[in-house]
Ligand binder design. Structure first.
Ligand code: FNR
Length: 362
């Protein structure tokens, strides 16, 4: 019998995954000063002991002011490397692979951290930045009024993505995922909702995509050529019900072609997050059609589908129907860290348990 595609190994460049289940990046708001801790070792490590092919660590800030909250993880200084390496070594010892999401929150920075009881003084409001600044670009009343990035700020931010990628390599990570989704800084540049610059970083799609492409090239230059780079984007701003320009799937397909040229190996298709006016109908597999569209229209691109994929059969079907190459799963992994073992049961696959868990097999 054929092994279901989702349980077949997957290779991109020098990275080979035991299966096609990816733990989606998920902020845990459990850091101090950006450091990965015992919490992250246990949280991320458990997915490795339980057979996830690839684990993507949460949105991790390339500069301190790029954190969503003061409790986010960070990779802006060398001291943050060992904590990350410890997790990478553990994940590798379990036969899984490990990547990190490189992020800058832009105008969505410095908001209240879930489950953390941080004092007011932990937050910052002066250095909350975006492609465009001023009250018109404040995300909502819980967010700060952003300051417009200068050309020099932009250059420094791009450099910070590069040095972060170099640190991720030093920590022994197998890949980095550039966070270009969910209304964070890169998405803010892409979308005309949040980017009304009049210089070379605003206006035409080519200009709005310039920041992303420069980040991609900088990350590529600082990360070994044989290691793949992932990019996560939002395929739409979901404001078709309103007049005016926004981000959509047509532009997403175009930038997918550009970033592939610039060095992105795997394109991770999410959606939304750039305006509180968005109207999303999140049903099972709701983002899969976007992934499928990119895969069909951009020859040779590797695509991750994500979004309310909650079972093994559902995941496998997306792959068998050639709508995507990998499946990322977020909340279902939180509900059940042994998601992969359940999926194996569901698909009747005799996947290898970790040696320590082998006696749990029925
Ligand atoms: C997320 N998500 C998310 N996305 C991202 O790109 N970077 C991140 O750091 C986070 N953080 C995060 C935290 C938590 C607790 C959740 C639930 C989600 C979004 C996540 O990666 C995923 O795209 C969505 O959850 C949709 O997939 P599921 O959960 O339906 O499988």
């Amino acid at each position: 019998d054929k092994i279901p595609l989702v349980f077949q190994p997957y290779t991109v460049k020098d990275l080979t995954l035991a299966n096609r289940f990816v733990v989606a990046p998920m902020c845990m708001f459990s850091s101090t000063d950006g450091f990965f801790t015992d919490y992250h070792l246990v949280h991320l490590g458990s997915f490795a002991t339980l057979g996830a092919g690839l684990i993507l660590a949460e949105a991790t800030a390339v500069v301190p002011e790029g954190r969503i909250s003061p409790a986010d993880t960070g990779i802006w200084k060398d001291e943050q490397i060992p904590g990350l390496k410890r997790i990478a070594d553990f994940v590798h010892a379990q036969g899984s692979k490990f990547g990190i999401q490189l992020a800058h929150a832009g105008r969505k920075a410095s908001v209240k951290a879930f489950y953390s009881d941080l004092p007011e003084s932990a937050y910052w409001k002066d250095n909350v930045v975006g492609p465009s600044g001023g009250a018109d670009f404040q995300w909502d009343s819980k967010h700060h009024v952003p300051r417009e990035l200068s050309l020099q700020d932009i250059e420094e931010t791009i450099k910070a993505f590069g040095t972060a990628a170099a640190r991720a390599h030093k920590a022994g990570l197998d890949t980095v995922e550039i966070h270009g989704a969910h209304g964070y800084l890169i998405h803010q540049f892409l979308s005309p909702i949040s980017n009304q610059r009049t210089d070379k970083y605003g206006g035409s799609l080519e200009n709005r995509a310039r920041f992303l492409l420069e980040v991609v090239r900088e990350v590529r230059a600082n990360f070994p050529a044989e290691k793949p780079i992932f990019l996560r984007v939002s395929a739409t701003d979901y404001i078709e019900h309103l007049d005016g320009p926004s981000w959509d799937i047509e532009q997403t397909v175009q930038i997918a072609k550009w970033v592939k040229e610039a060095g992105v190996d795997v394109f991770h298709v999410s959606s939304g997050g750039n305006t509180p006016k968005q109207l999303i109908n999140a049903t099972f597999g709701y983002q899969v059609p976007f992934a499928e569209r990119v895969k069909k229209d951009v020859p040779g691109i590797e695509v991750v589908a994500v979004g309310l994929i909650t079972g093994g059969k559902q995941a496998n079907e997306v792959l068998e129907e050639e709508k995507a190459d990998l499946i990322a799963i977020g909340r279902a992994f939180l509900r059940s860290p042994n998601f992969v073992l359940n999926a194996a049961q569901e698909l009747n696959v005799k996947t290898k348990f970790s040696a320590q868990y082998e006696r749990g097999r029925m």
